[in-house]
Design a protein around this ligand. Sequence first.
Ligand code: SIN
Length: 308
Amino acid sequence: MDLTVTIAGVKFPSCLMNASGALCVTAEELTGLGRSRSGAIVTKSMTVEPREGNPEPRYHPFAGGSINSMGLPNLGYRAYAELIPALKQFGKPLIASVAGLCEDDFPAIAKVINGAAPDLIEVNLSCPNIPGKPQIGYDAEASERLIKRVRPLITVPMGVKLPPYFDPAHHELMGSVIARCGVDFLNLINSVGNGLFVNPDNETVVIKPKGGFGGLGGTIIKPVALANVRAFYKYFKGRMPIIGTGGVVQGVDAFEHLLCGASAVQVGTALVEEGVQVFARLEKELAACLEQRGYKSAEDCRGKLKEL
Ligand code: SIN
């Protein structure tokens, strides 16, 4: 089965890859992704300075998903700029994920990281876990200002990673922003921010930062992720490449993302829980899913969701 895909002119050997945040902080983890069957190496979202991240416990898996408030632990953009040339030798696309603690951080990082020549750059407008810093993607004006500042500094395909939206008015508002800013691809969605998981036995929250509030991932967020993929796929009439992220645990989940209009999918919670072997399993399951339904390739079923 042909699971290769092309996004913004960049060819991926497989449409299954890691989500930023999952096993992609250190040089060892990134090398592990390079050696795995992941279709790309996506870095942890990087900030100007290295960060330890939020206090632990800050990740908690549960039946049906996970909650995290990692707080952008990362090596800082200078370290990732140095690692990129070696990571590119694995012969698969390298996606550098850029974050920031204030608006000025994004252009500062984008300029240097672009110089390290990743294959694509993802601008993360949606981290829900930095205390006192709202998700930029929920502020359309700030998003537009920021994307317009980084766009001229980036010469490789540039995407944005958005938070989930829950109303068509917000899909349309952000769609119009994206359309004005020269964005080459979308990554939908980041975790569903500021959920709260409670342990009723000891009557506590399960993660320490932000009083237990954190980003939800895994199976429970799949319908939200699919809805966002579908809404933006339709807004852009299938012309905007979309990476679907959220709830990919089985091959059929990836298939659903493709049907809704994703060109590729990213794996977060399932990768953390299972390790990089998850890609071989998902590949097999997705291939079987496509074959059973008579598709010849992953690209073949993109956007083919039937409405009633
Ligand atoms: C985190 O590091 O807290 C998660 C990053 C993100 O959701 O963008």
